[in-house]
Ligand binder design. Structure first.
Ligand SMILES: C[S@@+](CC[C@H](N)C(=O)[O-])C[C@H]1O[C@@H](n2cnc3c(N)ncnc32)[C@H](O)[C@@H]1O
Length: 475
């Protein structure tokens, strides 16, 4: 509990709703409480640690009463790892909770056609990419610590919530396929046999840093191994270990070794050696092929991304199989996935994206598919491309939403269609008001469950211009 507030003793609370950040929401004697990782329907012991803006923030203590439709979490590391905190309720309840959260956060939805949050039937093994950290220190549960489990050694897993220096050792992850889990096992074998040490995030030294795995629904798996520069005199050892390991990988796997001389905790580095094949995969969304390097930005749930882009097409009024003589302007375009996947339905695509590597990937992907597209590297709020009356605009900003300069500019545009893709309903709720000031009204809303087992939801919102009388104007 922060010093400015008196200590609040733990109490039992009925969780009735979901809030962003996978927080379970409830009331304690009329005061709102949020508990991370507590699912709607459960009664848990809340252990308060902070009160902010009238809301009590609490850690989750014992489960007093399971949700009525409780299911067993599949992950053996549930609660320890900190991800996937909705595993105790079925997908249908997760989606209903996400729907209710969106409706609460967006407020007035009169005049908006709201479609229920939709998703794929499979809620596990959906991620096409996973990133793990090697570490010399492990995060263990209180119980394991009491039982004497060692917390120093050679580990490979996920960072424990709020811990830069420790990893939760993860022999497998339920969000990826058995094919990627087999590669996690294989990399653990490499680590165990190695003469070189894993990264120690306190001492800022060690060799093994990160493991990035990708898998394409079109076929193939990719491994990126990120290390520090090999210690002097041990270059040959590192090379021999990595090459011997890569030789034993199955036929459909490509692998590469990247070296990161910096100490920051990010899976980045310069290509040191292609260990097996070309380090890239081809993924497909409909007819469009995307070339993915280990770090290229791409939605991590391929089938759900396909559904998301279909919703964007629908919201823009683009019909599969028909080409409209219009330009699609894809703002915050990443590696161009939205624009390129809908390119066959428009005349041309223009994308704007801040990250130069993503822009490069977008250009490579446009060329790979012979798509007439232009990608501009820069901040949307600086580029502010001239939009014509026939243009169809889609914005897919990061969690913080639109930059004030971008929303003020967009509010004044008179393009034929405007669609907002949001990963943060609170940002959409704010930007919606800013766009309304310029005459844009939200008329349709779709939710797509890109990340089952987590509290995230992706939204697609269609905006239409309204005339003085509040009626949608003719495009
Ligand atoms: C949610 S992602 C977009 C994903 C992409 N539309 C897709 O579906 O693959 C948001 C993107 O906005 C980019 N970005 C962040 N701030 C930006 C800015 N001010 N201007 C342009 N792009 C920005 C990020 O680099 C990121 O690629």
């Amino acid at each position: 509990m922060s010093r400015r507030h008196r200590r609040i003793e733990p109490f039992a609370v009925q969780i009735t709703a979901l809030r962003p950040g996978s927080l379970g929401w409830g009331l304690n004697e009329g005061e709102p409480v949020v508990v991370r990782g507590a699912p709607p329907g459960a009664v848990v012991i809340a252990q308060p640690f902070q009160k902010k803006a009238g809301v009590i923030h609490a850690r989750r203590g014992a489960l007093v009463q399971a949700p009525p439709d409780a299911v067993a979490p599949r992950c053996a590391l549930f609660t320890l790892c900190g991800g996937c905190s909705l595993q105790e309720i079925p997908l249908s309840a997760q989606r209903a909770a996400k729907q209710a959260m969106v409706e609460t956060l967006l407020g007035d939805l009169s005049g908006v056609t709201v479609s229920p949050v939709a998703g794929e039937p499979e809620g596990y093994a959906y991620r096409n990419k996973v990133e793990l950290s090697f570490g010399a220190r492990r995060y263990v549960s209180e119980g394991d610590r009491a039982a004497g489990a060692p917390d120093e050694g050679r580990f490979l897993g996920f960072h424990a919530p709020g811990r830069f220096d420790k990893v939760v050792d993860a022999p497998r992850c339920e969000l990826v396929s058995e094919g990627l889990n087999a590669l996690i096992q294989s990399a653990r074998g490499l680590l165990e046999r190695s003469a070189l040490p894993p990264w120690d995030a306190r001492a800022l030294q060690g060799f093994w840093r990160h493991l990035v795995l990708r898998e394409s629904w079109a076929g193939g798996r990719l491994v990126g191994i990120y290390t520090s520069p090999p210690p002097e005199g041990q270059e040959a050892v590192a090379e021999a270990e990595l090459h011997a390991w890569a030789e034993g990988l199955p036929e459909d796997v490509v692998a590469a070794w990247y070296v990161n001389p910096r100490t920051g905790d990010a899976a980045v580095g310069d290509l040191r050696a292609a260990l097996k094949g070309e380090p890239a995969l081809i993924e497909r969304i409909g007819e469009v092929a995307f070339r993915l390097s280990p770090t290229a930005f791409f939605q991590t749930n391929t089938p759900a991304a396909r559904a998301l882009y279909e919703r964007v097409g629908e919201a823009l009024g683009l019909v599969p199989g028909a080409r409209r003589d219009a330009r699609l302007v894809d703002l915050y375009c990443g590696a161009g996935a939205i624009g390129l996947s809908l390119a066959s339905r428009v005349r041309e695509v223009l994308g704007v994206e801040l990250n130069p590597e993503a822009v490069n990937d977008a250009r490579v992907n446009a060329a790979l598919n012979n798509i007439p597209a232009t990608f501009i590297a820069g901040a949307v709020e600086d580029v502010l491309p001239a939009l014509g009356a026939d243009d169809l605009a889609v914005v897919d900003p990061p969690r913080a939403g639109l930059h004030p300069k971008a929303s003020a500019w967009l509010a004044k545009q008179r393009c034929a269609a405007l669609v907002y893709v949001a990963c943060n309903p609170e940002s959409l709720a704010r930007d919606r008001q800013l766009l309304a000031a310029g005459g844009w009204r939200m008329t349709a809303l779709w939710g797509v469950d890109l990340f089952p087992q987590t509290g995230h939801v992706e939204l697609v919102a269609r905006f239409e211009r309204v005339d003085q009388a509040g009626q949608p104007s003719e495009a």
